[in-house]
Write a protein that binds this ligand. Structure first.
Ligand code: NDP
Length: 280
């Protein structure tokens, strides 16, 4: 029988996860279907319960339900525990298991797709929200030379640094003004088309500037490029975190490269399509 999976979010229509998981299923021959489910803002737990009752085997969770999913799970992986958020749920006879594959997705994208292993590197992480928290431990596991967290509200960066202990420092955007090998934008500024107030001194010609947001160019990527950095959006992270979730559910690791390439091609085609005028 075909196994059912879904992604829960609000909004959810924009989600590329159904397309990504359909590609993984075709590639691996796994008998699964994967759909996008819009949960009401006050109806996430009910939505998940209903999905389980109708045979759902697992689910991904996106904005704004990752913290709620953390609370909903009966058991948590250690990486979900440290992240304080869950993006992958598995349903079995003992209940709901929560995991977090975002950090593994980022590290896989940096290491395999972009050839920028964090090992021994100076890393600047911008932001102290859910996305930042989820990637700290997987980044530290790679043993960077330094990990600095800069945030608009400095106390939130300090709190995170305190939570993870050794090897991390926290500061304001202004105070980050020395060169870094990798600068990761995990703020929500790009969503609003804004640029955090960054010093150009954080970039050199060897810096990789990585924006977790995907789908369009951002002021952060423009600014980084202008100051000599190589750049990447977060599309690779999206596909890699999905592959890690697929592995958690099915025990099979899909090949991510053709899926990333197909999504990039879609994006280019869309950008090249002349926009239509208003419908009459
Ligand atoms: P949160 O809302 O939890 O965190 C928001 C963070 O952004 C806070 O640190 C906040 O600072 C900061 N911030 C918000 N607006 C601004 C601004 N205008 N200037 C500077 N800082 C700002 O969001 P998430 O952590 O969940 O998500 C962050 C980003 O990561 C989003 O773009 C999301 O799409 C992306 N993401 C991508 C994934 C992928 O697979 N590619 C996976 C997960 C997330 P303060 O504390 O001062 O409020």
């Amino acid at each position: 029988m075909t196994d059912r999976y879904a992604v829960f979010g609000h909004p959810i229509a924009h989600s590329k996860s159904p397309q990504i998981h359909a590609a993984f299923a075709r590639q691996t021959g796994e008998d699964v279907v994967y759909e996008a489910r819009l949960a009401p803002l006050d109806g996430f737990a009910e939505g998940v319960a209903q999905f389980i009752a109708t045979g759902g085997r697992g689910a991904n969770v996106t904005v704004p339900f990752k913290e709620e999913a953390f609370k909903l799970a009966n058991r948590l992986s250690s990486r979900a525990q440290r992240a304080g958020a869950v993006n992958t749920l598995s349903f079995d006879t003992d209940g709901i298991v929560g995991d977090n594959t975002d950090g593994a997705g980022l590290v896989a994208d940096l290491t395999r797709n972009l050839n920028r292993s964090p090992a021994g590197k100076r890393i600047l992480l911008l932001g102290a929200g859910g996305a930042a928290r989820g990637v700290i431990e997987p980044l530290l596991d790679q043993q960077p030379a330094a990990l600095v967290i800069a945030n608009r509200t400095v106390s939130r960066a300090e709190e995170l640094a305190g939570l993870f202990g050794h090897g991390i420092t926290a500061c304001s955007f202004d105070a980050a003004d020395t060169p870094f090998d990798i600068v990761i934008n995990a703020t929500a500024a790009s969503l609003a088309g804004e640029l955090p107030p960054l010093s150009s001194r954080i970039f050199t010609n060897n810096t990789l500037a990585y924006d977790m947001m995907y789908g369009r160019d951002t002021p952060f990527l423009d600014f980084s490029r202008m100051h000599g950095a190589a750049t990447s959006d977060g599309l690779g992270m999206l596909v890699e975190q999905a592959a890690e979730a697929f592995f958690v559910w099915r025990g099979v690791r899909p090949d991510t490269a053709p899926v990333i390439a197909a999504l990039r091609l879609d994006r280019e085609r869309l950008a090249a399509t002349p926009s239509r005028g208003p419908r009459t």
